[in-house]
Design a protein around this ligand. Structure first.
Ligand code: IPD
Ligand code: CA
Ligand code: CA
Ligand code: CA
Length: 258
């Protein structure tokens, strides 16, 4: 397996998406809503995914691609998992916290993850067994051991009125006096845990394209990603709790109301 070739392709695709994100921020873009009025999709989401798919499938015709806007295409042992624009609502408002996320799964195991913050230009990369990096420099999760001294983040689904479970967890964390942010781009939230900027993050109802690259980044940076009871996480699971490991058990206990 030629991981360097795959990484090069993921980086080329991510920078292609960056150009598209920037182009439409400057030029203006059309947008529409999907599942709820606040679940937006813009021209930048769609065109980024089309461009990323075209690049990946032209270089690796036998590989499958799963993306948010166009679903799964192609089958096989290699599957690219793509969020062409994570943080669309932020993007649509010009709130500079959004990214493109690209991961490669080989026979069901994540091998590579790239998250590019297309507003700031920060690049997060991970290769299984070879560590996580930001702008080429190795990153590690935070050393903080106290939950009260931690900076946490979460996110809410677009149908939070119907699917309000995370409001309970959010309230439990706030009621304990914890510091919790809702930045609005799950892939970047995960990258920030890997980089030690956040000690922990949880969310309910994320999709594989929100999580794939960030999950590998956190594992390679020495952190932990599980379900709501500390059980192993699998892509597509309803609950995700991510941390620097040291606060993991306490964070899970808090979400359960302890
Ligand atoms: C969303 C963002 C948001 C999270 C939502 C995701 P999108 O992705 O990551 O932070 O709370 O659950 O759906 O739609 O902007 O790619
Ligand atoms: Ca979306
Ligand atoms: Ca997303
Ligand atoms: Ca998206």
């Amino acid at each position: 397996m030629d991981r360097d070739l795959y990484l090069e392709a993921a980086l080329d695709a991510a920078y292609l998406a960056k150009g598209i994100h920037q182009y439409y921020r400057e030029k203006g873009f059309t947008q529409s809503s999907k599942s709820t009025p606040t679940d937006l999709v813009t021209q930048a989401d769609r065109e980024s995914e089309t461009a990323i798919r075209a690049l990946l499938t032209s270089r690796f015709p036998g590989h499958g691609v799963l993306g948010e806007e166009e679903g799964q295409q192609g089958e096989g042992e290699f599957r690219w998992i793509v969020d062409p624009l994570d943080g669309t609502v932020n993007y649509a408002h010009g709130f500079p916290f959004y990214a493109v996320s690209i991961a490669l799964e080989v026979r069901g195991q994540l091998e590579l993850g790239v998250i590019l913050d297309t507003a700031r230009g920060e690049l997060f990369t991970a290769l299984r067994g070879a560590g996580a990096r930001m702008n080429g420099r190795p990153i590690r999760v935070s050393r903080q051991t106290q939950l009260l001294g931690s900076l946490l983040a979460t996110g809410f689904p677009y149908d939070v009125q119907r699917d309000s479970e995370n409001l309970t967890y959010f309230q439990r964390a706030l009621a304990k006096g914890l510091t919790v942010r809702r930045p609005g781009a799950a892939a970047l939230d995960l990258a920030y845990v890997a980089a030690g900027r956040l000690e922990g993050f949880w969310e309910v109802k994320l999709n594989p394209w929100d999580v794939a690259a960030g999950w590998l980044l956190i594992e390679e940076a020495g952190g932990q990603v599980t379900g709501l009871h500390g059980e192993p996480y699998a892509l597509g699971n309803r609950y995700l709790v991510a941390s620097n490991q040291a606060i993991h058990a306490e964070l899970i206990a808090t979400l359960h109301g302890h």
